[in-house]
Design a protein around this ligand. Structure first.
Ligand code: 5MM
Length: 334
């Protein structure tokens, strides 16, 4: 079992490849569709996600795709189940298993991710459907007197319990402690909070006996808040992000796949590429597990119209190619 986990984890972060996060819950997907005037229906979500995964050549840059519960049970427009199609086309199917971030009792400005109840049974079901990795996202907000230790501890514990249950089911866990970019905090504050969140997460992962070689970390980058004055430049983001990881992530972890967190698609590629060009010999493979930075432009091009499928797929493939290059340190905006 552990050999299998190690092999899957390694394949997920193979050089020049990354993960497509397409696991938006109904509210998140609905919000994005609404902005573009796309009807928020199951049929449109199916058509949209069909467009994404049937992009020819996607597996040149994409190792795995994170699905939402609805999608892993859905069929493509030609009747093939999504996980079956992905596996047959060289992309490992994954599944989001958390039940979302809810207000933490006694801490109204903070969230804790729920979903441990019944998780063992759900994981067994997802494995039978073809999922070979999973994802759980914890959300940490920077603000006045937050995050609190209560929030950091509860989330780190949840991530570790989830990760161990996944490995028990033969599924590689993606552990995602996301420090939100929202706010006007400095990059120094981002560093402090991110380092603490990652350190506490790994403490809990060790306590629960999670196999480091059989997991993937999905962190946020160390970056200035979206509304900060004098936002840090690409080089500084790359340096501080790598410095933070060196302080917190064991070398036994095969790879780190970043989330984009609201960065523009070109920023997300530039930051990842710059991390590979710091002249530091990294113990893990650094790559991407982007949602918005891979999909946003493709979704706007598609706009819910079948006539735009080919154009949207070309846009998606180009973003995937740029990020594949970034994962090798070879991205340039040109
Ligand atoms: C694709 O979005 C994921 C699901 O979000 P919700 O549960 O809130 O609908 C999200 O977890 C995503 O995988 C990560 O945030 C990475 O996506 P971004 O857009 O930050 O790269």
């Amino acid at each position: 079992m552990s050999e299998e986990l190690k092999q899957i984890a390694k394949a997920m972060v193979a050089p020049g490849k990354g993960i497509l996060a397409m696991d938006e819950s109904h509210p998140t997907c609905g919000k994005r569709f609404k902005k573009l005037g796309i009807p928020e229906t199951e049929a449109m979500r199916q058509a949209y996600r069909d467009m994404l995964v049937t992009t020819t050549g996607l597996s040149d840059y994409i190792s795995g795709a994170i699905l939402f519960d609805e999608t892993i049970r859905q069929k493509l427009l030609d009747g093939t189940p999504f996980p079956e199609f992905l596996s047959a086309n060289g992309i490992i199917p994954g599944i989001k298993v958390d039940a979302g971030a809810k207000v933490l009792a006694g801490h109204e400005d903070e969230k804790v991710t729920e979903g441990l109840d019944g998780l063992r049974d759900r994981l067994a079901e997802y494995y039978a459907m073809g999922a070979r990795f999973s994802k759980w996202r914890a959300v940490i907000t920077i603000g006045d007197n937050i995050p609190t230790m209560a929030c950091l501890e509860a989330n780190a514990h949840g991530l570790a319990r989830y990760a161990k249950l996944s490995q028990e089911a033969g599924i590689v866990p993606i552990v995602e402690p996301e420090v939100l970019m929202d706010g006007s905090h400095s990059i120094e504050q981002s560093y402090q909070v991110t380092e603490l969140a990652q350190r506490m997460t790994f403490q809990q992962l060790h306590t629960q006996g999670v196999l480091m070689e059989g997991m993937v970390l999905k962190p946020s980058m160390v970056i200035s808040g979206a509304d900060a004055a004098n936002r840090a430049d690409v080089e500084t983001v790359a340096q501080q992000t790598v410095r933070c990881l060196m302080h917190t992530v064991p070398a036994a972890v095969p790879g780190i796949a970043f989330l984009s967190g609201g960065q523009s698609d070109t920023e997300a590629s530039a930051h990842l590429s710059a991390m590979h060009n710091l002249g530091i010999d990294l113990p893990w493979n650094l790559t991407f597990s982007y949602g918005r930075a891979l999909q946003q432009a493709a979704m706007s091009t598609w706009g819910g119209d079948t006539a735009n499928v080919a154009a949207a797929q070309a846009v998606l493939l180009e973003r995937a190619r740029c990020n594949g290059k970034a994962a090798l340190g070879e991205y340039s905006p040109d």
